[in-house]
Design a binder for this molecule. Structure first.
Ligand SMILES: [Zn+2]
Length: 442
């Protein structure tokens, strides 16, 4: 039962490295809500007892708004840059079947003018005048917007930022240019091994599953084909935005020099007004890889001079078990580097140098487990032997069954990891806001 394809860490959220550590560390965990007095009717719940590394001197506060939006505020009186990220739990898996890339196109168009700040480049100009920058990305089930700015200008930047979620214009005049921007992104991806293999993987599952969609989009899917079919792409964009951009699907993360109370009043004023359309979180209960899509072997000629073997297993969605984290347990063992490990055996044969094993997000409803190795020239001649060793090791784990001491070891390692980790760098914010949505119990 294997698929053999390439994949880049760029698209993975839950991969563990061989050392068994998360790539995206959790800087915080929400453990319970405390009845802090919060009189603003826009706020439903305040979470203050957030576990963090003793090395982390920042202070944190979680908020759940009455409109369902969840926010994490981080006060750091020493920061030079302030920053914010907002994640909408909607991505390209929710694109209409006939318009590939609409969620991504929406991400591009959202930046360009709002009712309050109609000037097209108001946001980017404000940020660049104040040592800031911004970016965004669209994945299968998330669209994420983020910026940083010189610490004195958080309020101004946040006001411009919030308008995207309150009153975007989606100005017709920007449409053609942004279609071209999306198209050139796609052209660039065509020469990138990770993107090519990502799309190959999508193409090898169930073609009727949303996972198979072409999420980036290009001129053909966003302009040529819709206009041939009489579809007004701007109308579709407005429809997509008004259907899915709902406060109950949003997670916000803001970091600034201000106190938690000041940050609270800043975000409540701006984001308390975002409309709640009570959109259900999209779920994809069926796995895109069914029996007939397995036992496939794909040989790929790369653009770059690389030799890799990527083995992917379909697994159920384990996210709801995040507290015990069974995927981490498996990744810890399969990715182990010590004596007797899979890696040490493959290395001793001279076939590989590195191995990464772990769970990888699919979307709500399905996940993957991957074992990726680089191949030496000799290893390239022994691909089937390497796969045989992988399955032998998996069989050994199956025969021996779950071991409590391994679980305890993982727990201790993660605990130590959290203690020595210190405070996250500002760029982590956009991931945190995505995590936040799924972690905060409703
Ligand atoms: Zn883009």
């Amino acid at each position: 039962m294997f698929k053999c394809i390439n994949r880049s860490a760029q698209f993975t959220t839950y991969i563990q490295s061989a050392g068994g550590r998360f790539c995206f560390n959790q800087d915080f965990r929400l453990v319970s809500s405390s009845p802090l007095r919060m009189t603003d009717p826009a706020v439903n719940r305040v979470v203050s007892d957030i576990i963090r590394s003793p090395e982390d001197k920042r202070v944190y506060r979680g908020l759940e708004f009455t409109n369902g939006l969840k926010a994490m505020l981080i006060s750091d009186p020493t920061t030079d840059k302030s920053s914010a990220a907002l994640d909408v739990q909607i991505g390209s898996l929710s694109d209409p079947a006939n318009i590939s890339g609409l969620a991504h196109f929406c991400e591009h168009m959202l930046f360009l003018g709002t009712k309050k700040y109609p000037k097209e480049n108001e946001y980017s100009q404000f940020l660049s005048e104040h040592a800031g920058s911004s970016n965004a990305f669209t994945s299968g089930e998330h669209t994420n917007y983020y910026f940083d700015v010189s610490h004195e200008h958080l309020q101004g930047a946040l006001d411009r930022f919030a308008q995207f979620f309150l009153c975007p214009l989606f100005d017709e005049s920007c449409k053609d240019r942004e279609v071209n921007a999306v198209d050139s992104e796609h052209e660039k991806n065509l020469m990138n091994d990770a993107w090519r293999l990502f799309q190959l993987e999508k193409a090898t599952g169930n073609p009727n599953h949303p996972f198979s969609k072409f999420g980036t989009g290009n001129k053909l899917t966003l302009e040529t084909r819709p206009s041939k079919d009489g579809i007004d792409i701007r109308q579709e964009l407005l429809k997509f935005h008004s259907t899915y951009y709902s406060s109950n699907l949003m997670g916000l993360c803001v970091l600034g020099r201000e106190s938690l109370d000041e940050l609270t009043s800043m975000v409540v004023k701006l984001f308390g007004e975002v409309e709640n359309k009570n959109v259900p979180v999209p779920e994809f209960p069926e796995h895109p890889f069914q029996e007939e899509h397995l036992r496939q072997f794909y040989k790929v000629v790369p653009i770059k001079d690389i030799r890799n073997l990527y083995v992917t297993f379909p697994i159920p969605d384990l996210q709801k078990y995040y507290k015990s984290n069974p995927g981490h347990y498996l990744g810890h063992l399969i990715g182990h580097e010590g004596p007797g490990s899979l890696l040490s055996e493959l290395k001793s044969k001279g076939w590989v140098n590195t191995l990464v094993g772990g769970q990888k997000e699919g979307a709500r409803g399905f996940m993957f487990f991957i074992i990726n190795v680089d191949l030496t020239e000799e290893g390239l001649l022994h691909v089937e032997d390497i796969i045989f060793h992988m399955f032998q090791y998996i069989q050994k784990l199956r025969t021996e069954g779950p071991q409590e001491w391994v679980f305890e070891e993982c727990k201790d390692l993660n605990k130590v990891g959290l203690q020595v980790q210190g405070q996250g760098a500002t760029p982590w914010l956009h991931f945190q806001s995505g995590w936040f949505i799924t972690l905060l119990p409703s």
